[in-house]
Design a protein around this ligand. Structure first.
Ligand code: UGA
Length: 431
């Protein structure tokens, strides 16, 4: 089938490439000239393991094209996927500016009937509005299918080929059937329902996972106060299959482009319908505190960090991505700069992105070792392999004061080392 995918962010690019890989002819479209030029040279605008190999092979097989929005002939395709961003607006709701622009464009430029598939995360009622807006006073007829995405950054390629479910919502059985056919090679159970249910499934899933993380973090604070160990506690909980061990990892909270924005949007949608969403609101509040937890440890240890070299190991909101949106690192660096510390940072992929936020205010190191040299505290932010593999001996030989504040619980052996001062989330301070 011939498909166009509008938007080449995480969702659009991975969706487009995966549809090409299973045999469809796909045009990935964006308004950003630079991005399209990069993609034509098989370069991905985002760091995502495995994506460039698939871009190249599908491009060479003649199944994948990249075009600027202005060049696209919409009528070349039977199906149009919407995968543009729905960032958080200032009031916490989802900003639908990009969606509305694309809808106007489709209305103005399509001369043949089509199916529109919404991949972007949109508030309840949006797919119905899209359908009404496209079909109002129009000779061309549009069906709309809501098909939210559940892939994770950093493992998006693996996730997209191994989905646990395909969620499809529409008021047209024929349109749903067509999209079931498009996806049949993915071999996952398809949930077929209405627009509103699919819209809620997406928000409810992300908010549930975010709440599970905040629950683990709330319990981690209790563990610290009561002298328990969060790792034993979550292991003891997670072996119960009704609870499960996934997303119970306590640490410095969740970041990224999805959980913060979708939890906020879910509470705004609930407010609109006068429904209590206080569980999710509490999860958001706990996360805010958790993201700067390492600063509270640092403040307990040092009365003043002015002019002290403080190292950050990792910046991205999670490993295997260069994404720093809503990352704990940003909030931690801001707090350190307020305290006039000398901030030195290292991340295998996210350095360029963090440079755009902090410019010359902090020092960008090339290796984990140089980040540690002469430092008086190492804050562990992201559990990259390059960081997990640092030997304890290195903290001792390189740092002025071998003090590790571990936001991801990856250097637990340091607790046994009398030459290292170590503090981590959810265990009583060993310092
Ligand atoms: C999330 C969802 O997991 C995807 O299913 C969804 O498709 C995606 O949002 C989206 O809406 O597009 P993502 O944000 O890429 O995916 O990353 P996750 O792996 O879910 O991690 C999110 C954050 O939670 C990270 O900061 C991670 O460090 C943190 N986390 C995760 C924890 O603190 N503890 C855990 O146990 C798990």
């Amino acid at each position: 089938m011939k498909i166009s995918v509008i938007g080449t962010g995480y969702v659009g690019l991975v969706t487009g490439v995966s549809l090409a890989e299973i045999g469809h002819e796909v045009i990935c479209v964006d308004t950003n000239v630079e991005k399209i030029e990069m993609l034509k040279k098989y370069k991905s605008p985002i760091y995502e393991p495995g994506i460039e190999k698939l871009i190249k092979s599908n491009f060479e097989a003649g199944r994948l094209y990249f075009e600027l929005n202005s060049e696209l002939n919409y009528d070349d395709c039977e199906i149009i996927y919407l995968a543009v961003g729905t960032p958080q607006a200032e009031d916490g709701t989802a900003d639908l500016t990009y969606i509305n622009q694309v809808i106007d464009d489709i209305r103005n430029r399509c001369r043949q009937d089509k199916i529109i598939v919404t991949k972007s995360t949109v508030p309840v009622g949006t797919n119905l509005q899209i359908k009404e807006s496209l079909n109002k006073n129009n000779d061309v007829y549009f069906d709309v299918v809501s098909n939210p995405e559940f892939l994770r950054e950093g493992s998006a390629v693996k996730d997209v080929f191994n989905p646990e479910r395909i969620v499809l919502g529409s008021d047209s059985k024929e349109a749903i059937q067509k999209i079931v056919e498009v996806n049949h090679k993915f071999n996952a159970p398809a949930i077929q329902t209405n627009f509103e249910s699919t819209e809620i499934i997406k928000y409810a899933s992300n908010a549930f996972l975010a709440t599970k993380i905040s629950y683990a973090n709330m319990i981690s604070n209790l563990c610290e106060a009561a002298g328990a160990d969060i790792h034993s506690v979550t292991k003891g909980m997670g072996l119960d299959h009704r609870i499960g061990d996934k997303f119970l990892q306590a640490g410095i909270g969740y970041g990224g482009s999805c959980f913060p924005k979708d939890t906020s949007a879910l509470t705004k949608i609930s407010d609109k319908y006068h429904v209590d969403s206080s569980i999710v609101k509490s999860a958001m509040k706990i996360n805010e505190q958790q993201q700067i937890k390492l600063i509270s440890y640092l403040d307990e240890i040092y009365t003043d960090v002015k002019d002290k070299k403080i190292s950050l190991l990792g910046l991205a909101f999670k490993p295997e991505t260069d994404d720093i949106r809503d990352a704990a690192a940003i909030k931690i660096i801001k707090k350190l700069l307020e305290r006039q510390a000398k901030v030195h940072v290292f991340d295998p992929e996210a350095m360029n992105n963090i440079k755009q936020v902090f410019g010359e205010k902090i020092v960008y190191e090339e290796t984990a070792t140089s980040t540690l040299q002469g430092s008086e505290a190492a804050l562990v932010i992201t559990e990259w392999d390059a960081i997990k593999n640092i030997e304890l001996a290195e903290f001792k030989s390189e740092m002025k004061r071998p003090l590790i504040l571990d936001g991801r619980g990856i250097f637990l052996d340091a607790e046994e080392d009398s030459e290292i001062e170590y503090r981590t989330i959810g265990r009583k301070g060993a310092i």
